[in-house]
Design a protein around this ligand. Sequence first.
Ligand SMILES: [Zn+2]
Ligand SMILES: [Zn+2]
Length: 135
Amino acid sequence: MYHPEGNTGLSADNMKEQRRFNQEFYDSKAWKKVSRLYMASRNYVCERCGGVAVICHHKQYLTPANINNPDITLSFDNLECLCKDCHNKEHFMKNNKAVLDENGNMIGVKESAAMQDYRQAVKSLERITGKEDEQ
Ligand SMILES: [Zn+2]
Ligand SMILES: [Zn+2]
């Protein structure tokens, strides 16, 4: 049975594969263009708190199943212009797991695939805003 809200059931290998797909996508000209256009259309204002937006978030997270679907990856309807804090919350709160020691103390955070996605998006955006060498 399909549980859309449940565990994705991705193996470690699949997750690695997904990150590779995501990286290719974030490096694509189409994404750089669309994300920049979208951010500009929102005047780089965070859609959640009104702060300074630095990242273009996919409301429906990218997966190997939708990475080639421009209706998901490049549609303004699926994008959200967010500041670092709001984007962090989106991915951290929903997906990361606290790592506890045997006494129940939090000793770290196990990052989710979504958090990896977030880091890639930040990296790619830094590249976008860092230089303007596109024709
Ligand atoms: Zn915000
Ligand atoms: Zn995001």
